[in-house]
Design a protein around this ligand. Structure first.
Ligand SMILES: [Zn+2]
Length: 394
């Protein structure tokens, strides 16, 4: 068998619990906001133990699929009524422990979420996302520092410009050390841009710029609906743009200006976001497919640029730029046989990942974790537990 060795996959953006919606929302129609209602029904029933088991299963699926590092954009912090757990970081610690049990690198992007929209109170379900103020969020964030390990980093996130008011954004930017990765959902939906423009008279990108957030440690997630000025601001700052092509297609978000962002100076990374697809090769192809569909041209990103988006782009965004992780991929499978070696990634799927090494240690082989555990069985157990709580019937 011929194999190719690749750099590990950096999953720049994930919400592990969204995996519970895979294959369950396609009868519903609707738009992003209707999908969000279904997602909130799952968010409402999570607790530290159950979320830990679900995340362990999802991280296991990522690892066997070729993601060796993941940025978990984590905002379900508190009890369903908004009250803190005895340890206010109980869920965050549970996610970190889940990653340790699987062997994936985790950057826990602990997320500040303060408002239901510009000038709008939180909806009841959003209470458990909220710390009440940027100062309270910072206090909880600093208390999480001891969760750091060889495989776990603590990063930070601002949920979005719609959920965090501009003064709070500035407070967060000033309150976390400059080397800490900072992420934000940016302009995923036209309605988000409209609400921010109406409230502040600026695009979300301009609001971030005014708050001092646009620096090279920032990752902007989606970056779908941008103005030309937004693109230039983001590029000049050298941010990472984390595109999530399978999610953006699934939710009908639109196609972001990835080529223009790269040309302006942004680094491109990829994320599995809602985890309706966990396959780094399909995200690569989704990035290039979106470009081709909107430009009517081929080869918008070269194979090496696409591979960098799959690997080093995400590692940079997650603070793991110096880590050395690798994958071995089957270059003779029914999907990949005959492909040029530099284009195997454009023919492969996650099924072609043979061996996964994190920090030189074998962590997964042919669809199983190194200790033999099967991610499908882990998922089945966690989902059946969750379904009892949500009342979902398959
Ligand atoms: Zn997201």
């Amino acid at each position: 068998m011929t194999t190719v060795t690749l750099a590990g996959g950096g999953n720049g953006h994930s919400h592990a619990f969204h995996r519970a919606l895979r294959g369950r929302t396609h009868r519903d129609g609707g738009d992003f906001w209707a999908w969000r209602e279904a997602m909130y029904r799952v968010a409402a029933v999570l607790d530290p133990e159950l979320y830990g088991r679900l995340a362990e299963a999802v991280f296991a699926e990522m690892l066997v699929s070729g993601y060796t590092a993941v940025g978990e954009f984590h905002y379900v912090h508190h009890r369903p009524d908004g009250g803190a757990y005895r340890d206010p970081n109980a869920i965050g610690r549970s996610l970190a422990a889940a990653a340790e049990r699987v062997g994936i690198r985790l950057t826990l992007l602990d997320t500040c979420y303060l408002a239901g929209g510009p000038g709008r109170a939180l909806e009841p379900i959003q209470a458990r996302f909220c710390d009440g103020s940027a100062a309270a969020w910072l206090e909880r964030w600093h208390a999480l520092a001891d969760a750091t390990s060889d495989r776990v980093l603590i990063g930070a996130a601002i949920h979005s410009v719609r959920a965090v008011p501009p003064p709070a954004i500035a407070e967060i930017v000033a309150g976390i050390p400059p080397e800490v990765p900072l992420h934000v959902h940016l302009s995923e939906q036209p309605a988000e841009n409209a609400a921010v423009m109406e409230a502040y008279g600026r695009t979300p990108t301009q609001v971030l710029a005014d708050a001092g957030a646009l620096t090279a440690r920032l990752s902007v997630v989606h970056a779908t609906h941008l103005t030309e000025e937004d693109i230039q601001l983001l590029g000049a700052a050298g941010v990472t743009a984390v595109l999530c092509p399978t999610t953006e297609a699934d939710l009908g978000d639109g196609i972001g200006p990835a080529r223009e962002l790269a040309d302006a100076g942004a680094v491109i990374a990829l994320g599995s976001d809602q985890n309706t697809v966990i396959d780094p090769f399909l995200e690569m192809r989704g990035l290039e497919a979106g470009e081709r569909l909107r430009s009517l041209a081929r080869g918008r990103f070269s194979p090496s640029e696409l591979d960098a988006a799959r690997s080093t782009g995400g590692y940079r965004a997650l603070g793991w730029a110096d880590a050395l992780d690798t994958l071995e991929v089957d270059a003779d499978s029914v999907r990949t046989v005959g492909a040029s070696f530099d284009q195997v990634t454009l023919a492969a799927t996650a099924s072609d990942v043979l061996r996964v090494l994190v920090g030189g240690e074998l962590v997964a082989e042919r669809g199983r974790l190194a200790d033999g555990r099967d991610p499908a069985k882990l998922l089945a157990a966690a989902l059946s537990e969750l379904d009892v709580l949500t009342g979902y019937v398959r």
